[in-house]
Design a protein around this ligand. Structure first.
Ligand code: KPL
Length: 358
């Protein structure tokens, strides 16, 4: 990665890239690949590097240290784009280990802190490193990273949050290429970082920079949607849209699962107490009515999605429940708010996880 005064032109327009600092993307999952490949597709010489785990080594071409990402749209007419993206294995001593100035975290929530620890020796903490958290459960991840930061108070690390509604999923192929379907176009929001946001925007990721206050509201709204949709779809093995189906709701009631409204009500109260929103005007964007309307919209907009938690359960992988419903339970305990519906969902998801081992 070159930090020089590189002028990087877009592949389609003679457009100067707005944010020219090297960017390291931590996480070889759907969102990390989508972001890294979209940026390189738009700006082929952009100094970006994917930081991957050892099991991805065979996918990196030793000649040029690139992985090939095949990006496809979900429409029939969309043509696949093959995008070479520079990549490194985390901790690989044989390669040049340039300092990391800007780190975009796109790992699963439960891997974020360990992944940051693994690259900590490369973070440019002397001149100031910027970490942008783009994970589900970003509020919980931020708390953990703040705690980690407090252990080394001299490190200059600027921690910001981002969120996206872009969806992508990986399709297995015979080659070493990463193949992704970019399902429907979403939007990306970045906290107080106009140039990085512009880079995402000009890479087709429809992005906007927003204030910290706006981001906090947005992440609690997203949390409400994830707490209501993810475990219920995972436990009932259904697409998001089915949660509004009357028969499905009856089946959930028979299994004594909490209903969507109990879950949202708890998130609304916990948010209100955690953020100290005392007046009804202050609490308005996160009150029960607003959160319910938000969750309904997400369910309708993503009706045919299989939620990320359902996908994890289908692959028998660990889920992010501790960073979603578990976070609400933890904040509920700290503020004296009852969160039994969310606690029940954590318990059920953990029982499901334990049952895999049998
Ligand atoms: O973020 C999601 C997820 O699956 O994790 C939702 C919004 C529920 C879309 O599926």
């Amino acid at each position: 990665l070159s930090t020089g005064a590189l002028r990087c032109m877009s592949s389609t327009h003679q457009q100067v890239v707005p944010f020219m600092e090297p960017l390291h993307v931590l996480g070889g999952g759907n969102i990390g690949m989508l972001f890294a490949a979209s940026i390189r597709a738009a700006f082929p010489s952009y100094p970006i590097c994917l930081l991957l785990r050892e099991h991805h080594r065979s996918r990196i071409d030793p000649e040029d240290n690139n992985v090939i990402v095949c990006l496809m749209g979900s429409g029939r007419s969309s043509r696949p784009r093959l995008v070479p993206v520079p990549a490194q294995i985390i901790g690989d001593k044989s390669l040049s280990q340039r300092p990391i100035r800007n780190l975009l975290i796109t790992t699963k929530a439960y891997s974020a802190v360990d992944a940051v620890k693994d690259v900590h020796n490369r973070l440019d903490v002397a001149s100031g490193a910027s970490i942008v958290v783009l994970c589900n459960g970003a509020l919980a991840v931020k708390d953990e990273l703040e705690l980690m930061k407090s252990v080394s108070p001299d490190d200059k690390i600027n921690l910001t949050l981002a969120t996206t509604t872009h969806g992508a999923y990986q399709v297995e192929g015979v080659s070493d290429m990463f193949r992704f379907i970019h399902t429907g176009k979403g939007a990306t929001f970045v906290e107080d970082h106009p140039t990085l946001s512009q880079l995402f925007d000009q890479s087709g990721l429809n992005s906007k920079s927003i204030t910290q206050e706006e981001m906090t509201i947005m992440l609690w709204q997203k949390l409400a949607a994830n707490c209501a949709i993810n475990p219920l779809t995972a436990l009932c093995d259904c697409e998001n849209g089915m949660l509004l189906d009357k028969e499905q709701q009856l089946a959930q009631a028979t299994k004594k699962l909490p209903n969507i409204y109990q879950i949202i009500q708890e998130v609304a109260l916990v948010a209100q107490f955690t953020l100290g929103k005392n007046s009804s005007q202050e609490a308005a964007p996160l009150d029960f009515e607003s959160l319910s309307a938000f969750v309904h919209k997400v369910i309708n907009d993503t009706a045919h999605n299989r939620s990320s938690m359902l996908q994890d359960v289908t692959r028998r992988q660990k889920t992010e429940v501790d960073y979603l419903n578990g976070f609400v339970v933890e904040k509920g305990r700290a503020t004296g708010v009852d969160a039994t519906a969310n606690e029940d969902l954590c318990r059920r998801m953990k029982a499901l996880w334990r049952s895999y081992a049998l």
